[in-house]
Design a protein around this ligand. Structure first.
Ligand SMILES: Cc1ncc(COP(=O)(O)O)c(C=O)c1O
Length: 405
């Protein structure tokens, strides 16, 4: 039998994707993914096919996307430096803005130094690969972000998963490990699909008991948890420290890029050992300037953090009191559990008809029967917006049979 041609094999894969996409998007009303919303610069509303809808699935937790100071900083960086860099960071790509940004990140994170990557994804892949390799073992939470998983795969280290936020299970995994190399535990500070928080004090204790380092991904914690939006250490009162702190510049900070903060030795090592830092383009000037300005605003305007925390709690209470399941959310990220994938699509569509954008997350991104709308409160949402959203969610939940009508 002649083997299938390479094009034949690829064509089958492409057709399978097409079939899945077509079944999802067969009815105009069911389209949910890749829709081009234009969010207004100075509100939480977005334009979609001629309608003005309240955006409840954004990631700009501090409401800084479109902030005129951030936009001005980015424009000024383009005027000074142009639109791109002249190479990777190690070869002509470093500009003064990168160093200013890294100093601001270090200050924000309460560490000696920081390193900025082109994305949060690159930061995870580069950091895990820069810290561990063959002979080492990484312990990751089952719900850790894909970029942590990919970093682990590429690193060549042994990977062990533990049940979500289950410190006892992690302890058993650590106790059973026979590695003679480094042990590294990695968790998300805030889980992006459930909005719950990693139990830092207990994690610290179990890591110390078993001589493991603890790394956290602050992607959804920066600007979101802690009295001043400082992330997980701030949330737990500043007493417990992690060993490696990492985050993105693409959510509460409305730019692109990733970072790691730590002592000089750790950051100095990553400058040479993290491959995406060495072999991928530096942050563009506008991105670096936007991130720098946003971090300064976060420091100067902590009321943004307080507003988001207050309105998230209020929305969660309103919805759960009316019977909607919000999983273990304690942050600005609030899942509205729909059940099956189809119900989640119907729920999202009904929300759009009620004037609200709430995007569905379905399998395999979440476990079976836990498909949901992933909503997030930002500092752009006024009290009236949240009241409107709560009413819309409840009406839509009834229309789509998530709640009894
Ligand atoms: C927890 C977490 N880590 C890392 C990333 C990747 O960040 P970026 O989009 O900046 O590459 C994301 C983005 O979705 C995330 O949710």
């Amino acid at each position: 039998m002649t083997p299938p041609s390479a094009w034949g094999v690829l064509a089958e894969r492409l057709a399978a994707t097409q079939r899945r996409v077509r079944s999802l998007e067969s009815e105009p009303d069911r389209r949910n993914s890749f829709l081009p919303y234009t969010v207004e610069r100075d509100s939480a509303y977005a334009e979609f096919e001629g309608s003005r809808l309240l955006m409840m699935s954004g990631y700009s937790y501090l409401g800084l996307a479109g902030d005129e100071r951030v936009v001005a900083a980015a424009k000024s960086a383009v005027d000074t430096y142009g639109t791109g860099n002249h190479g990777v960071r190690a070869l002509a790509g470093t500009i003064p803005l990168h160093e200013e940004l890294e100093a601001e990140i270090a200050r924000f994170a309460g560490r000696e130094a920081a390193i900025a990557f082109g994305s949060g994804y690159a930061a995870n892949v580069g950091t895990v690969g820069g810290l561990v390799g063959a002979g080492d073992t990484v312990f990751i939470d089952k719900y850790d972000h894909a970029s942590i998983v990919d970093g682990c795969r590429l690193s060549g280290a042994e990977v062990t998963r533990f049940r979500h936020n289950d410190v006892e299970h992690l302890g058993r995994r650590l106790a059973a490990s026979r590695t003679r190399g480094l042990r590294l535990v990695i968790v998300d500070s805030v889980y992006s699909m459930d909005g719950d928080i990693a139990p830092l004090p207990q994690l610290r204790r179990v890591c110390d008991e078993h001589d493991a380092l603890l790394m956290v991904d602050e992607a959804h914690a920066l600007g979101v948890i802690g009295a001043s939006g400082g992330g997980i250490e701030d949330h737990f009162g500043g007493e417990v420290r992690v060993d490696v702190k990492l985050g993105t510049l693409s959510k509460a900070i409305p730019s692109m890029g990733g970072w790691v903060a730590g002592d000089q030795a750790l950051i100095g090592h990553l400058r040479y050992a993290a491959r995406p830092f060495l072999f991928s383009a530096a942050l563009a000037p506008a991105q670096a300037a936007a991130a720098l300005e946003s971090l300064r605003i976060l420091r100067a305007e902590p009321e943004r953090v307080a507003h988001t925390q207050h309105e998230s709690a209020r929305l969660r209470d309103l919805l759960s009191a009316a019977g909607l399941r919000t999983a273990a959310s304690e942050t600005a990220v609030i899942p509205l559990i729909a059940g099956g994938d189809e119900t989640a699509y119907d729920f999202a569509t009904a929300c759009r008809h009620e004037g609200v954008i709430a995007l569905p997350v379905v399998t395999p991104a979440v476990p079976n029967d836990l498909a949901r709308l992933r909503i997030a409160v930002t500092a752009r949402h006024s009290k009236a917006d949240i009241d409107f959203a709560a009413e819309a969610f409840l009406k839509a939940a009834r229309t789509s049979a998530v709640l009894p009508s």
